[in-house]
Design a protein. Structure first.
Length: 328
């Protein structure tokens, strides 16, 4: 089969190659998926560049997320799953091979039925972004009628959070870093979009919430946004942080202010979230996409031979929206 792979960590154009490799076979509890579309995530970039760890395998076929059709099943997996359209998450976690290939092996539980009315492009855009957004939003209870603030509302996880929060019945504000990003957050359904670099975010939030603040904050950069979050958070509110700029980043908290406000800080690393919570997230995500309410922005879509361009676009932030790689 054709696949993209790297044998050492480094810059995309220095280490990524596309070539023929052996077609894998599923083991017990696994399925093989004929990949149609592969999704690129920041964690794929970090794994390739050695952000926090060295290579765990001599050769890695990257990408955790994707979508396609099950064409083989291992022992203990019902044959009725053959031919099933699925979206995949964590395909390469703990494994050498992910979805940047014509075929990928994954646990049967990590190949989720994809509704017929949902494209492979949307399926490949779920995985890490949607699961992360769901955990940030719902780990502390239902958000119907709640007030939510999403930082980075034009980002992939940010738009996923807006889409899921609006589907769940929340009022959603989002911050962006440029006027060009305002339309992206609004298209996802944000009730209020604030330019983080031009506006006083706490003042706007207090004005729009009758000084009550927000109940949930989904934060892509807690280190930079801590003071804003503390000023925007309602009594007993939750800040969920899911990203960091450097593996060595640290944070100092104003403890008394956090205690008085009853603040909750939740840190989300989706790979370590219990599977029971992921199962709840999967059910909610599938209900959302089946309803037609989940429409992510696709920023770039290239064939497998141009995977280097996809990685570089995501790494440099030159594309707004999900970056996808067509496999078939």
């Amino acid at each position: 089969m054709r696949a993209a792979y790297y044998n050492r960590q480094g810059e995309a154009r220095d280490v990524l190659a596309v070539g023929e490799v052996s077609t894998p076979q599923p083991g017990p509890g696994e399925v093989r998926v004929r990949i149609h579309v592969s999704g690129v995530n920041p964690t794929d970039i970090k794994a390739r560049t050695g952000f926090s760890a060295t290579m765990a395998f001599p050769r890695i076929i990257p990408h955790q997320d994707g979508a396609g059709i099950i064409d083989a099943v291992g022992d203990s997996v019902p044959e009725s799953r053959l031919g099933e359209r699925v979206w995949i998450f964590e395909a390469q976690y703990g494994r050498a091979s992910g979805t940047a290939a014509e075929y990928a092996i994954t646990l049967a539980t990590n190949a989720v039925p994809l509704p017929r009315n949902v494209s492979f492009e949307v399926g490949a855009s779920l995985g890490i972004p949607a699961l992360t957004a769901h955990r940030c939003l719902f780990a502390d209870g239902d958000i119907k009628g709640r007030r939510v603030l999403v930082h980075g509302g034009a980002g992939v996880v940010g738009t996923a959070a807006i889409l899921l929060a609006k589907w769940a019945g929340a009022w959603v504000a989002a911050t962006v870093l440029s006027d060009d990003h305002v339309a992206v957050a609004k298209a996802a359904g944000a009730d209020l979009v604030i330019n983080l670099l031009k506006e006083d975010v706490p003042a706007v939030i207090r004005s729009q919430t009758d000084s009550r603040g927000v109940d949930r904050i989904v934060d892509v950069n807690l280190k930079a946004n801590l003071a804003i979050d503390m000023a925007c958070l309602a009594q007993g509110g939750v800040v969920s942080s899911y990203a960091t700029g450097q593996a060595s980043d640290e944070l100092s908290l104003p403890l008394l202010k956090a205690m008085v406000g009853g603040c909750v800080f939740r840190f989300v690393f989706i790979y370590n979230v219990p599977f029971e919570a992921k199962r709840d997230a999967i059910d909610a995500i599938n209900a959302c996409i089946a309803s037609g309410a989940y429409v992510p922005k696709i920023g770039m879509q290239v064939p497998l031979d141009r995977i280097v361009e996809a990685h570089e676009a995501l790494e440099t932030g030159s594309v707004v929206g999900k970056v996808l790689v067509d496999i078939q």
